[in-house]
Design a protein around this ligand. Sequence first.
Ligand SMILES: [Zn+2]
Length: 237
Amino acid sequence: MNGSKPERLVCVGAHAADMEFTAGAVVANYTRAGHHSTFLHLTLGERGHRSLPPADYAEQKKAEAARAAAILGAEARWFDIPDGELLADEPTKRRIAVALRELRPTILIAHWRGSIHKDHIAAHAMMDDARFYACLGAIPLPGDLPPAPYCRIYYADNWEDPYGFVPEVYVDTTDTHEQWVEACSAYEIFRPGGAGFRYQDYYRALSVCRGAVAGFPHAVAFMKPQALLQAKGDLLP
Ligand SMILES: [Zn+2]
């Protein structure tokens, strides 16, 4: 870690696979450098299979999520909220907040709000409040854990969250690109023909497009919250 303090990345996705596909290569960058990372899937995305019943696909997704995280050097967690029924309600915000107090992220990766998917919109809508609850010790939460440290939020570059997404931060993922492909391939939907949407084609091509802009063979882009765009100093940045 070159003497720098250890970071703790927590990637909160609406469905298992969302965060591995979008941010997995960056997670691998961090875990390779000795930092800690966790994928928190709010639902498993178990209702999206073309033929498997949701209960069977849920078991498959759990195995896929665990394998993908292991390949990336990360941990995987998931809630038992049904796919398609994620609500931005108080109980779910507090449930995420408890997880944040347990995991104590220094960096949080979340969905951008401009999404075509209701679960993604709900996941985005909960993050600021969940972080607020996690960080404010005066908010009582189950477990009585100490408050989480304040953490930065970055929004992932997800094909289903395109409206208003502006790539603002580019991370060189060249060294972990193949590791990321292997991890994502743990998911059936990433493998060729595994889903109606061509996930692998899209995200591999996106890594080249973002890399072309940033001057790297492969890159992953993120958007920042408005507050992080503020620069402070006595001269122009
Ligand atoms: Zn999703």
